[in-house]
Design a protein around this ligand. Sequence first.
Ligand SMILES: [Cu+2]
Length: 78
Amino acid sequence: MGLFSKKNQLELNVPDMNCGHCEAKVSDALSKLEGVSEVKADSKSKIAKLTLKGERTPSQDEISKALEGSGYSATIQK
Ligand SMILES: [Cu+2]
C-alpha cells in the first residue's frame, strides 16, 4: 500500500481509460469483485479507486480476472 492510501481503499492504475464510457465499463467490472463496495474510475488521472468493505483486499490476480475480456487492464498502485 502506498504512503497516502487509506486502509479501506485501493488505488488502481488503468492506463487505457479515455472517456466516460471507459470509466463505466471499468467500474462495472471492478464492482463485481468480492469485498468491493464502491468504484470510482477517473479517465483523466487513469486511476480507479476501490472502496473496500474491510474484510479483504482483492489480489492483483482477481483484479486482472475481473477485467478479462473488457479490453482494460489495471495494476495495484504501490
Ligand atoms: Cu473510453
